[in-house]
Design a protein. Structure first.
Length: 109
């Protein structure tokens, strides 16, 4: 059963959804309370689930293929050019609050 926190649901398990495709995506670097180093996260509109999505921390990224791997091991494919989507922005704002983000920088470029 998925837990609903402020209308935010966790993504399916990695075995069920090993890859995610995001359009209208952005990349943010954040500092969270209790975490020693800053992390980067993909934020965008998930094509498969048709909703806003925030990734766990990005650990690898290939700008040629536009594929990234996160701490969870999930592969994110960034489709097209960066952009903004209202659903993604909604999820991002709530994720920041839930995750105790103290500093946020848009590092999409």
């Amino acid at each position: 059963m998925l837990t609903n926190i402020q209308n935010i649901w966790p993504i399916a398990s990695i075995s069920e959804r090993p890859e995610v495709t995001l359009r209208d995506w952005q990349v943010f670097e954040v500092q969270q309370l209790g975490r020693a180093s800053k992390t980067r996260h993909f934020v965008g509109y998930c094509i498969e689930d048709q909703c806003g999505q925030v990734s766990s921390a990005v650990v690898q990224f290939d700008p040629k293929t536009m594929h990234g791997v996160t701490e969870s091991g999930r592969v994110y494919r960034l489709l097209g050019k960066p952009g903004w989507h209202s659903d993604a922005d909604y999820v991002w704002k709530r994720w920041k609050r839930i995750s105790s983000v103290t500093v946020e920088v848009d590092v999409t470029d």
